[in-house]
Design a protein. Structure first.
Length: 337
């Protein structure tokens, strides 16, 4: 299959929508990361998404809508709190897990009786959903296990020859995937995957926000993942990633002891002064770090890094999302200074 590259012109947006309407799989831009889009109600198209990614069949896809008001068509029940959250955060990087109805096939929901609903804010993505007239199922557009793609070039690298087209809508603004939440009670939500809609922001609308334990540590044997995605190794480049929590001085000491061929550091902007080892930087604050993390992990692979020591981000705000992706990329290997 030849994968064509589309632009964000009105004509190409229509072409992408038409392909999706006809059951094809298209790489599409969103404000978080690029997705692999297909008609969420077309079982064959959804199967093609799983096949292109090499994704386990029990890991559900998020369904993207043009407007939250359409969520009622695909769900059995929407709690009042979900409407309040939608008012504040939709469109945007928030996915709400709700009880699905029969319009969403079991393939799409990975066999679960719930569906993750998201209303993306990227104008091109919005246009594609509207013009296709379909709810669009879209996982991140990477090969399963690799870092998520934050530009069209990354998608082409992973998906060339596997899907019909990729639409280039520019670099993804946030750089990490959406915040995924479920509803524990009338006024409490649970974060299943942290993202740019932070715990602090959700607390402006909910009485309580529970951080699911699987966000920060490995599931113990026999412990069940609330979100199937949490049990798979994720975001891992080929290099061995080691996360280091603590001050810069201690970090430098660790590198001086472990330096060697193929060893790299991924540090904060501002750390590079008097840093005499091979390194990349990934931003000065949590938002920048979210934006650059996946791009840097891909670059480190490209130059053949074998071992990468990463300065751990803060765990508040969007930093929690960065920390969560990194600890998974590191296979939970953390050095605490
Ligand atoms: O920002 C995003 O969410 C991107 C863009 C393309 O929208 N999509 C994305 O999809 O990251 P994906 O499939 O790579 O990650 C979806 C995550 C997985 O960890 C999955 O297990 C979880 O959300 N998820 C999806 N539906 C769920 C459900 N019904 N219950 C629990 N977890 C769910
Ligand atoms: Mg993904």
């Amino acid at each position: 299959m030849e994968t064509i590259l589309l632009s964000d012109s009105a004509e190409d947006v229509s072409a992408a929508a038409e392909l999706i309407k006809n059951g094809e799989v298209v790489g599409i831009p969103t404000e978080t990361v690029y997705g692999l889009g297909a008609d969420a109600c077309n079982e064959a198209a959804v199967r093609a998404v799983f096949a292109a990614k090499g994704r386990p069949a029990d890991n559900p896809l998020i369904v993207h809508l043009a407007d939250f008001s359409q969520a009622a068509h695909y769900t059995l029940f929407i709690p009042p709190l979900a409407y309040k959250l939608a008012e504040r955060f939709c469109p945007g990087p928030l996915t709400m897990v709700l009880p699905k109805n029969e319009k969403i096939p079991m393939v799409t929901s990975g066999g679960l009786d719930t569906v993750g609903i998201r209303v993306p804010s990227h104008p091109v993505m919005h246009g594609i959903i509207e013009r296709s007239g379909c709810p669009i199922a879209a996982p991140s557009a990477n090969i399963s296990g690799l870092p998520s793609p934050t530009c069209a070039e990354h998608v082409m690298k992973d998906m060339n020859g596997r899907i019909s087209a990729v639409l280039d809508g520019g670099d993804s603004k946030f750089g990490v995937e959406s915040t995924v939440i479920s509803f524990d009670s009338d006024d409490t939500v649970r974060i299943l995957r942290p993202g740019a809609v932070t715990r602090e922001m959700l607390l402006g609308v909910c009485r309580e926000v529970v951080i699911d334990p699987a966000i920060l540590r490995e599931l113990k044997e026999g412990e069940k993942a609330v979100s199937p995605g949490m049990k798979y190794k994720h975001y891992s480049p080929k290099a061995d990633i080691i996360m280091v929590e603590g001050e810069l001085e201690g970090f430098k000491e660790i590198i001086s002891r472990n330096n060697g061929e193929g060893v790299y550091s991924l540090i904060f902007d501002g750390d590079e002064k008097d840093f005499p080892y091979r390194h990349f930087t990934y931003g000065a604050d949590s938002s920048e770090q979210a934006h650059w993390l996946f791009q840097r992990l891909r670059e480190l692979d490209e130059i053949g890094a074998k071992k990468v020591y990463v300065r751990a981000p803060l765990k508040d705000g969007v930093g929690l999302a960065v920390y969560n992706r990194l600890i998974r990329a590191a296979g939970f290997e953390v050095i605490r200074i």
